[in-house]
Design a protein around this ligand. Structure first.
Ligand SMILES: *Cc1c(COP(=O)(O)O)cnc(C)c1O
Length: 368
């Protein structure tokens, strides 16, 4: 260990760096190709809402002014939209930031957090930053959250339980009935966070609306984002909904100007772009049908999704296939980062992108 490394908190060395989806520019540079498609980070292939784009253009000349640290207008519009009050909302620089704020507000060293394995890696990350202890509970055989096992792992030290619904990387959901039964077993002193980054895509009638629990006064925090269906991933804006007491605590550790002014403006416009939402949902529904049919034809098993990505078993180590897909200009996520190397997670693209992905995958698998 170098002298400088000796200065760092020990915790820093327990943190595995986040592995992002490979950027398009990087693949084009490395392979000397063009028209690369990214189906790796669950972004919206339709792009941002046109209303958001117009609002951005109209306000670009205000960036010399600090943003409203309280996100007053966005909170007002979100509250009306969600049927809650402004003091029940925390807006973050992405829902990633809200996760970190939650950890900074509530986690003492040695506290335990519980989450599914596999799931979104940020829960473990924010936990480790705070010297808390991650408790990962493997999913069931059909890739569902094992809520019974998760309830069994609650100890005196448990502080937060994370449920990703629909789950990333598998796309499947925890149903309302299962969530009810689970919440009945969670002690009052434990916080439950329901991460609903893909909420707007879910169509299964059994999918629970976590806001209904917040409104009933259950101690729970719902997380949503403008990064996925709203197509604003690059601007970084997401939010949490909970009781005014919990939100007031989180506000104590928040940076004063955490959400930039353009993100606030774009989010407000996107929130009212129902046409863009409708088109995005339709595109994803059609893409899911297309991919299911193709995977069935190729004899590949997959998890049925309620989000805008599919987790599919390609029958061989995806780390071998990944560079070949890259060379052909198709970026996906390999399953090894989720502990399932024979899987890939592919984001639903446009019809052209889905076709190109399937044709490329089919050619590679036949050659292999
Ligand atoms: C993408 C994603 C997020 C992060 O969203 P940002 O608002 O971009 O920070 C949070 N949770 C899950 C499960 C995600 O997949």
């Amino acid at each position: 260990m170098s002298e400088i490394e000796g200065l760092a908190r020990k915790t820093v060395f327990s943190i595995n760096p986040y592995i992002p989806g490979k950027p398009i520019e990087e693949v084009e540079r490395e392979y000397g190709i063009t028209s690369v498609i990214k189906m790796a980070s669950n972004e919206n292939p339709l792009g941002p809402s046109p209303l958001a784009l117009q609002a951005l253009k109209d306000s670009i000349d205000t960036v010399h002014i600090y943003p409203d640290g309280n996100c007053y207008y966005l909170k007002q519009e979100l509250a009306a939209n969600l049927g809650c009050t402004e003091d029940q909302l925390i807006i973050g620089n992405g829902s990633d930031e809200v996760l970190k704020l939650l950890a900074e507000t509530f986690l003492n060293p040695g506290d335990e957090i519980i989450f599914a394995q596999p799931t979104f890696s940020e829960y473990e990350f924010v936990c480790r930053v705070m010297d808390a202890i991650p408790v990962a509970v493997p999913v069931t055989g059909d890739f569902g959250h094992d809520l019974r096992a998760m309830a069994d792992r609650i100890s005196d030290r448990t502080k937060i339980i994370f449920i990703c619904n629909p789950n990333n990387p598998t796309g499947n959901i925890v149903t309302g009935d299962d969530l009810d039964a689970f919440l009945a077993k969670v002690p009052e002193r434990v916080l439950v966070v329901i991460d609903e980054a893909y909420h707007e895509y879910a169509t299964d009638p059994a999918y629970p609306d976590s806001l209904a629990y917040v409104k009933k006064g259950i101690k729970l925090i719902s997380l949503r984002t403008f990064a996925k269906i709203y197509g604003l991933a690059g601007l970084r804006i997401g939010y949490g909904i909970s009781s005014p007491e919990i939100i007031a605590l989180i506000n104590r550790v928040k940076e004063p100007f955490n959400v930039n002014c353009l993100a606030q403006i774009a989010a407000r416009a996107a929130l009212h772009d129902f046409e863009h939402l409708r088109r995005s949902r339709e595109l994803v529904a059609a893409g899911i049908s297309f991919l299911y049919e193709a995977f069935d034809r190729l004899g590949l098993k997959y998890v049925r999704t309620q989000a805008n990505f599919v987790f599919v078993d390609i029958g061989v180590d995806s780390r071998k296939i990944f560079p070949v897909l890259l060379k052909e200009g198709v970026i996906v996520r390999t399953g090894d980062i989720f502990g399932l190397p024979n899987y890939i997670r592919v984001t639903i693209g446009t019809a052209d992108q889905n076709l190109r992905f399937i044709q490329t995958l089919e050619r590679i698998l036949k050659l292999g």
